[in-house]
Ligand binder design. Structure first.
Ligand code: HSE
Length: 435
């Protein structure tokens, strides 16, 4: 039953996501009104370029360049323009005028989230951002609400679709990183600046947002350890396959346990890593995303689906819009996201991980003992050593897997191996997660 006045919706941005939001708001107007109890009236669409081509059916009559008038006259503002400025200024303006805001802007949340959340809390408005991480996959609301009574211990996500596509193509057909990147570019998967994807910046922004929600802790983007996929070779892929593993770019947010680390904290990191093919994340193919959550009482949960795309991102935005509109109809202030735990974010050096190191060792008596001693001297325990033939070379191809050790100790091992006359070449160093 419609009992409330129409709610005025402002849309900032008319790119691939904005166009889909406008379409869904128009096509599903009656259904949305019935769900909310009020009509959702799209009152204007802010664009930079009024002359740009728009898809068929786009409500061009709503286009405006007058940001102040649009924002100040709205009940709910949807920001899908991307970038830091002017998006930040517009969102602050909307919140300060009492509007709820829905944003898909991961870069803005990862860099200015605290300012935006604090402003929302001060004025009793609410900031919604389901679309900022993994598009259509519901992961923000589960962390923010469904798991709010549990203690999340770890979140591991494949949150960048283009790099997952690239790694999957390398794994499946043994093609090079460059060839897989060309395919991903042709399919339109990569950002305009591909380094955002392949160097892990996009995943790091999403990791900071997930960690913030999972651990009620502010995570400055500079404290997210980040490595990209550019060092991954077909040889490394083949070795992973031989061992029953697969390489994925993982965003990991982990709660640090005082028993093991001597203090409570969180670790937030992004890097390419081996995981067993049998791990639920090991079966995530193509450009799909998935987030694997572990919580004390809930156990293991997996959220899977399309992590990008105009309609998929618009789906998450419309979900937030219905929530925001219902809250408007019901009345009451926005629900603040608390950073009450405010745990320290530990540097990567202190984190316990496992390494798998492949190297060419000089094929002489005593070489294995020398290498084993390097691990022992740094208090790193070896889990397995495999030796493979090195055709045409006077060296032995060794693959050494370690037990858990701190990153500092593991890095010291790699440095000592590099300096050792027993070692001809270190071919690869990669972590192993998910076991
Ligand atoms: N470049 C991103 C990806 C798009 O590849 O997943 C969604 O943020």
């Amino acid at each position: 039953m419609i009992e409330y006045r129409p709610l005025r919706i402002a849309l900032l941005g008319a790119g691939s996501v904005g166009a889909q939001v406008a379409r869904l708001l128009t096509e599903n107007k009656a259904e949305l009104a019935a769900r909310v109890g009020a009509e959702l009236e799209l009152v204007g669409i802010l664009v930079r370029d009024t002359a740009a081509a728009r898809p068929a059916g786009f409500p061009s009559e709503l286009i405006t360049t007058d940001a102040d008038a649009l924002i100040l006259g709205a009940d709910i503002v949807i920001e899908v323009m991307g970038g830091i400025e002017p998006a930040r200024t517009y969102i602050l303006q909307a919140l300060n005028s009492g509007s709820d805001v829905i944003t898909a802007n991961k870069a803005l949340l990862a860099t200015h989230g605290t300012e935006l959340f604090d402003t929302a809390e001060q004025v009793g408005a609410q900031l919604y951002f389901e679309a900022a991480v993994a598009a259509a996959i519901p992961i923000i609301r589960p962390l923010r609400e469904s798991l709010a009574g549990d203690k999340v211990t770890r979140v591991m996500g494949i949150v960048n679709g283009s790099t997952n596509y690239i790694l999957d193509r390398m794994d499946t057909d043994g093609i090079s990183l460059d060839a897989a990147m060309v395919e991903a570019t042709n399919l339109g998967y990569l950002e305009a600046d591909p380094t955002l994807d392949v160097e892990g910046y996009d995943a790091a922004q999403k990791a900071a947002i997930l960690a913030y929600l999972a651990f009620h802790t502010e995570v400055p983007i500079e404290k997210v350890h980040r490595e990209g996929i550019t060092q991954i070779t077909p040889e490394l892929m083949a070795a992973a396959k031989r061992d029953g593993n697969v390489i994925k770019l993982l965003a990991i947010a982990e709660r640090i346990d005082a028993d093991k680390y001597g203090e409570e904290g969180v670790s937030v990191r992004v890097y390419p890593t081996l995981i067993p093919r049998t791990h639920p994340l090991g079966s995530v193919r193509g450009a799909f995303n998935a987030v694997f959550v572990e919580a004390e009482s809930a156990g293991q949960l997996m959220f899977y689906g399309a992590g990008a795309g105009g309609t998929q991102t618009a789906s998450a935005i419309l979900g937030d819009l219905v929530s925001a509109a219902k809250r408007h109809v019901a009345g009451g202030p926005g629900l603040a996201d608390s950073v009450h735990a405010n745990l320290p974010v530990l540097p990567i050096d202190r984190i316990y991980t496992r390494y798998q190191i492949t190297l060419e060792a000089n094929d002489q008596p005593g070489v294995l003992a020398t290498i084993a001693n390097i691990f022992a001297a740094n208090e790193v325990s070896i889990e397995f050593v495999e030796q493979y033939p090195s055709p045409g070379r006077n060296t032995a191809n060794l693959e050494v897997g370690t037990h858990e050790a701190t990153e500092a100790a593991l890095s010291a091992v790699v440095r000592a191996l590099e300096a050792s006359s027993a070692v001809d070449t270190i071919t690869s160093v990669i972590r192993l997660e998910g076991i």
